[in-house]
Design a protein around this ligand. Structure first.
Ligand code: FES
Ligand code: FES
Length: 180
């Protein structure tokens, strides 16, 4: 039994302590924002915040983080309107979107530690690999989110990213009509 906190909710996993955090989050907690890319800690698609550090969840065993506080992209903002999410949308950063949760979690850790990051610091902190090559837009979006978090700019909210919990609870209509 492993206990820790995920997105401010206490969780208790009856899983092998060697289970990767990513598997526990995705398969047991249905938190599918963090993605499985390489499984070796290299791509960053699975990055989550563990006690204020941006860590690849595929390389963290749940038994090693007993009592920790984990935040995933789903827990970043209840209303899905964290300045980073708004800035990424405004700059049209997401293309396929696969790497974006990891990038945003890495950026949120950066901005908590450094509210005034320069371009070089942003480039150094955001190490997630993006096959769509959105890196220039990421720098722009993180800098804008930093200004918003400092109260120097308001980012207008467009549509909200992610899945609205109300939508996920709806019945999916059958694709094939029932036979008469
Ligand atoms: Fe974890 Fe690639 S899936 S770093
Ligand atoms: Fe496609 Fe980054 S937006 S991998």
């Amino acid at each position: 039994m492993t206990r820790f906190t995920v997105n401010n909710q206490p969780v208790e996993y009856r899983l092998d302590p060697a289970t990767p955090l990513l598997a526990a989050l995705r398969d047991a907690s249905n938190l599918t924002g963090a993605k499985y890319g390489c499984g070796t800690g290299d791509c960053g698609a699975c990055i989550v915040d563990v006690d204020g550090a941006a860590l690849p969840a595929c390389r963290v065993k749940i038994g090693a983080i007993e009592g920790s506080y984990v935040t995933t992209i789903e827990g970043l903002s209840r209303e899905r309107n964290h300045p980073l999410q708004l800035a990424f949308l405004a700059a049209q950063v997401p293309q396929c979107g696969f790497c974006i949760p990891g990038m945003i979690m890495q950026a949120s850790v950066l901005l908590r530690k450094n509210p005034h990051p320069g371009e070089a610091e942003i480039r150094q902190a955001i190490t997630v690999l993006c096959r769509c090559g959105v890196y220039p837009r990421v720098v722009e979006a993180v800098a804008r989110a930093a200004r918003a978090l400092r109260g120097e700019e308001v980012i207008p909210a467009g549509f909200r990213p992610g899945i609205d919990p109300a939508d996920s609870a709806r019945q999916v209509p059958a694709l094939v009509p029932p036979r008469p």
